[in-house]
Design a protein around this ligand. Structure first.
Ligand code: PMP
Length: 452
């Protein structure tokens, strides 16, 4: 095969070989740490996905600050991955670092609320327009808890998700549509329950399929990102959410919007920017400026139904919550982040840089004559190996190309630019500069030039 995604494929493979050799030669400290870690960490990393990057062995980080980080060999990088959104507001943002440092002198965790809890509740309600809130350690956990609550308050057993979604490792969501049939995701490890019994999956942007599923009357909630971001990007078609919300409401299901990635849209998320009115709202990753924590909000009516469900259940374990949840460090971090980091001014800066990035990438793609496109959700930008943006998970999945992604990612990494390892997502943060963006676009452009 001599061309792939419009590129000279033998040349791309030869480039990958050179880039791997270059990386290996220039990262002796990372290599030494990889070997050392290999003795006691599975695959030599603390989380097995950490070997899924494009590098031949793991890149070890020495420090991260603002829009960049430094590796243990002393190389500096501009970071457009930003912890896959955990550091969307920059690494160790000053106000969060200061609040956490101050809190460390006053204790970490007590399983009791601190003063910050009341203030954070007010800040969340004002910003996102939902009156009631609860907390979790991760977006995964928040989704897990929200699914439990939705089932508890509706008395219905099923949830509905969109094909190709990702909402963390909450088990219920891992059902795909394969040739129109729901199938448990084959890659799951150790999953012994039949997830297709309680999870319904339809294509994003397919109102007929959504309606047909809701008509069964057994869907507790629809759990969705407002724009899909985890299979490349898939934007909602005009009018999709207005119609979908009406259907969901008419059939007595709850709408849960997971804004963990789409918070890139604006300070109040996609929901505020596009007037979506979810019953429950989930936000993890960057809500504490990178300190582990997550939040979920809900309407007055859902809160009343939660109280009722709880009061009717026998005393004992609810299956919702964890010991460290809403600990004092996390609450101090969320407060500082909401008050001083996730500001309108920060977003304005991010929007203008993301716009500049998208324009630059489109220019480079056009210059190289490639059938690719660029999609944007506020501060989040993605290039995709297709001339027109995909409309659903099946179309998006068909455009993914792991091998090519690795080549592009490693080329950029070897030149001091990091983007997200899975698909082609780039985030800008309040500390990213125009020069950083120009560097990414310039390197991307030279890579395409080499391969066309
Ligand atoms: N929801 C969405 C939309 C996500 O993209 C992710 C992670 N990529 C999660 C939830 C889970 O986040 P975490 O891994 O921090 O639990």
């Amino acid at each position: 095969q001599s061309t792939r995604q419009g590129l000279d494929w033998p040349r791309a493979q030869a480039l990958m070989q050179r880039e791997r050799e270059h990386f290996a030669a220039h990262h002796p400290q990372s290599l030494a740490l990889s070997k050392r870690a290999d003795r006691h960490l599975l695959y030599g990393v603390p989380l097995h996905w950490m070997i899924d990057w494009s590098t031949p062995f793991s890149l070890f980080v020495a420090s991260a600050q603002g829009a960049g980080f430094c590796d243990v060999d002393g190389h500096e990088y501009v970071d457009f991955c930003l912890g896959d959104t955990g550091a969307m507001f920059g690494h160790a943002p000053g106000p969060v670092a200061a609040a956490v440092a101050a809190q460390t002198a006053k204790g970490f965790t007590t399983m009791l609320p601190s003063e910050d809890a009341a203030i954070v509740g007010e800040l969340l309600a004002a910003r996102f327009g939902l009156p009631f809130w609860q907390f979790a350690m991760t977006a995964t956990d928040a989704n897990r808890f929200v699914i439990r609550w939705a089932r508890a308050v509706t008395g219905r057993s099923k949830i509905l998700v969109f094909n190709g979604c990702y909402h963390g490792t909450a088990d219920d969501v891992f059902v795909d549509l394969v040739a129109g049939q729901p199938v448990q995701r084959a890659s799951l490890l150790g999953q012994v329950y039949d997830l297709t019994r309680h999870t319904v999956v339809v294509e994003f942007n397919d109102l007929d399929a959504l309606e047909a599923a809701l008509q069964q009357g057994d869907i507790a909630c629809v759990l969705a990102e407002p724009a899909m971001t985890n299979i490349g990007m898939v934007l909602p078609q005009p009018g999709f959410w207005a119609a979908a919300q009406q259907l969901i409401q008419r059939h007595g299901a709850l709408l849960v919007i997971d804004e963990t990635h789409t918070i890139s849209t604006g300070p109040g998320g996609y929901c505020r920017a596009h007037d979506l009115r979810p019953d429950l709202f989930v936000l993890g990753k960057p809500i504490g400026g990178g300190v582990p924590c997550a939040v979920y909000g809900f309407t007055e009516s859902v809160a009343a139904r939660m109280r009722k469900a709880k009061s009717e259940a026998p005393p004992g374990h609810s299956g919702i919550g964890t010991t460290l949840t809403a600990n004092m460090l996390a609450m101090a971090a969320i407060r500082a982040n909401l008050e001083s980091v996730m500001t309108n001014a920060a977003y304005q800066h991010m929007f203008s840089l993301a716009e500049h990035l998208a324009t630059g990438l489109r220019g480079a793609i056009q210059q190289a004559g490639l059938p690719w496109c660029v999609t944007q959700v506020g501060a989040r930008t993605e290039f995709q190996f297709t001339p027109t943006p995909p409309r659903n998970g099946t179309e998006a999945d068909a455009t993914l190309d792991d091998e090519l992604e690795h080549i592009l990612h490693l080329y950029l990494l070897n030149r001091g630019v990091l983007i997200t390892p899975f698909h082609n997502m780039m985030l800008v943060c309040p500390d990213t500069t125009m020069a950083d963006v120009d560097r990414l676009v310039g390197q991307f452009s030279s890579c395409l030039e080499t391969l066309t």
